[in-house]
Design a protein. Sequence first.
Length: 308
Amino acid sequence: FVSSQVEILDWKTKKQLCFLDKVESNATIREIRLMIHKSYPQWYPARQSIRLDPKGKSLRDEEILQHLPVGTTATLYFKDLGPQIGWTTVFLIEYTGPLFIYFLFYFRMPFVYGLDERFTSSPHAVVNLACICHSFHYMKRLIETIFVHRFSHGTMPLRNIVKNCLYYWGFAAWLAYYINHPLYTPPSYGRKQINFAVIMFLLCEAGNFSIHVALSDLRRDGSRTRKIPYPTKNPFTWLFFFVSCPNYTYEVGTWISFTIMTQCVPVGLFTLLCFIQMTIWAKDKHYTYLREFKDYPSLRMPIIPFLL
C-alpha cells in the first residue's frame, strides 16, 4: 500500500500536535486515533474528534484515509471532546434513578408527605396501576440497554450525565409526588379512561420494544455503518412504512397514555417536553437518512405519519 503523511492540527489554534509519517493509505480513522493516543496517552480514542475542517463534523471510525479528499500529506484537525462515559453506563444510571425515586413516593416515606401519611397506601387502584406501569417502563429500558441496544457512538461527554440525570430523576420525583399524594383524585371518566390508557400503554411499549429489536438486528454483525431500517413480519414495525423513527412515536404514545391514565398535569408537561425533544432527534435522524441514501422511502416523515 502507498504510505501517506498525516499532519494533525489543533482545531482552534491550528498548531501542529503531531506528524504521522508512513501511514498506510488504507488506514482507518480509528487507526489514526490510536496513533494519536500513543503520542498523547491522555487523549484516548473515544475522547478524540478528527475532522477534515476545523468546524466540520467528526469523521467516523470506519472511514478510510485514501477515500477522503486529501493529498499524500493529509491535514486533519483534532478536538478534545473531554472525559467520556459509555452509553450503556449512561442509560443504566439515567433509568435506575426514576425506578427507585418513584418508590420513595409510592411507599410514602416519612420525609415525603409528613409523619401523618407515612407508609399509608392510596385508596385509589389507579395509583397502584401507575406505579406498575412506571416501573415496567424503566425496567424495560434497563433490559433493552443491557441486552438489545447497539450504539453507533460508544460514548458521550461525562458532563452531560449530570444534565440528563437531573431531567429524568427530577421529573420522576415530580410526577411521583403528585400521583401518590394523599390528596390525589382519580381520572374523571373512571375505569373506562384507565382501561383505555392501559391498553394504549401496553401497545406502545410493545411497539417501542419491537422497533429497538429491529434496529439492533441491523447491526447484528457488529458494524456501526448506518443502514435503512425496513418493516419486518412483526406488525409493530410496520410503522416504518410511514416514519423514520417509530421508536420515538411509540415512546411519545407511552407517555400520552400515562397522562390519560393518571390525569396529572406534571405528567402532561413531561409528555410535551418528551415530544419536543424526540421530534428534534427524529428530524435530525430523518434528514441524515435523506442525505446518506438516495433511495430512502419518500413516504416517511420523521415522527408522525403524514404530518411531522
